[in-house]
Design a protein around this ligand. Structure first.
Ligand code: HEM
Length: 218
C-alpha cells in the first residue's frame, strides 16, 4: 500500500533544481577550464563559469535566508540514530525488497545518512568550492592594478583545492543520481521534487526525528 504525502515546499524545489543545474553547469565549464575537453573554448568556459558562479552565490544567499527564516536548517542536523539500519537497508535490504527504515514527512524529510551527507556538503564541501572559487576569481584583479590585496604567491594551491572540491561535488552527484531511483518506486523521489508530493510506502519504519521534537531538545 502507498499513499501521497506532501514533502517538498515550492522554494525547496526551485532551489534544488536551480542548484542542480548550476552545479552541473559549473562542473561542465570547470572541467573544460581544467583541460579535460574542449567544447565552448577556454575563454567562454571561463566567462560562463564566472556567470554561473555569481548565480549560485546569489542562490546560496537566498537559501541560507530561507532556511534560517523557516527553521528548515534543523532538517540537516546530523544524528547517530538509525544510521546502522539505513546503511543495512542500502547494502542489503534494498535488494530483498525490504521496507525503508525511515519514513519521510514534510517536517522530517531526510534519513540519517542524508542528514550526515548534506551536513558535510553544507559545512565542508560547498564552503571549500565557494571560498577557493572566490579566491580564484579575485586573486588576479588586485594584481592587475599593482595592488597586492591578497598575499598569495601562486594560484596552484587554490586551483588544487578548488578542483578537489569539484571532484567531491561530482562524486556526490553520481551517488545522488543512483539514490534518486531507490524510493518506493524508481521515479517517486524525482516526482516529489517536481510536484512536492511523493508516493510513500505505508509499511516501513517511523519518521526520523522531526523539527518539533528537535526544538523540544534544543
Ligand atoms: C561560487 C562558486 C564558484 C566560483 C566563484 C568559481 C570560480 C572559479 C574560477 C575563477 C576558476 C578559474 C578560471 C580561470 O582559470 O580563469 C574556476 C575553475 C574551476 N572550477 Fe570553479 N567556481 C565555483 C564553483 C565551481 C563548482 C561548483 C565546480 C564543480 C562542481 C567548479 C569546478 C571548477 C574546475 C574543475 C575548475 C578548473 C580548476 C583548474 O584546473 O585549475 N567550480 N572556478
Amino acid at each position: 500500500m502507498s499513499k501521497e504525502v506532501y514533502i517538498y515546499r515550492a522554494f525547496e524545489r526551485f532551489w534544488h533544481w536551480l542548484q542542480a543545474l548550476l552545479i552541473a553547469f559549473l562542473a561542465f565549464t570547470g572541467f573544460e577550464i581544467h583541460g579535460v575537453y574542449s567544447f565552448l573554448g577556454f575563454r567562454d568556459a571561463v566567462r560562463y563559469h564566472s556567470i554561473a558562479a555569481y548565480m549560485i552565490l546569489g542562490l546560496i544567499v537566498f537559501a541560507i535566508f530561507w532556511h534560517l527564516a523557516t527553521g528548515e536548517w534543523r532538517q540537516y542536523l546530523p544524528t547517530g540514530r538509525n544510521i546502522r539500519s539505513q546503511l543495512n537497508y542500502y547494502l542489503f535490504g534494498i535488494f530483498r525488497n525490504a521496507p525503508h527504515p525511515t519514513k519521510k514527512t514534510v517536517l522530517s524529510k531526510l534519513n540519517p545518512l542524508q542528514k550526515l551527507t548534506y551536513f558535510g556538503l553544507k559545512i565542508l564541501v560547498i564552503p571549500i568550492v565557494v571560498t577557493s572559487g572566490l579566491l580564484y576569481l579575485f586573486y588576479r584583479y588586485p594584481q592587475k592594478h599593482g595592488i597586492e590585496a591578497l598575499n598569495i604567491d601562486s594560484l596552484e594551491t587554490i586551483a588544487v583545492v578548488h578542483t578537489l572540491g569539484a571532484f567531491l561535488l561530482v562524486s556526490f552527484l553520481l551517488v545522488h543520481l543512483y539514490l534518486i531511483t531507490t524510493g518506493s518506486s524508481p521515479t517517486s523521489n524525482i516526482q516529489a521534487m517536481i510536484t512536492g508530493y511523493e508516493k510513500v510506502d505505508e509499511k516501513g519504519g517511523p519518521p526520523e526525528e522531526n523539527i518539533p521534537s528537535l526544538i523540544e531538545k534544543l
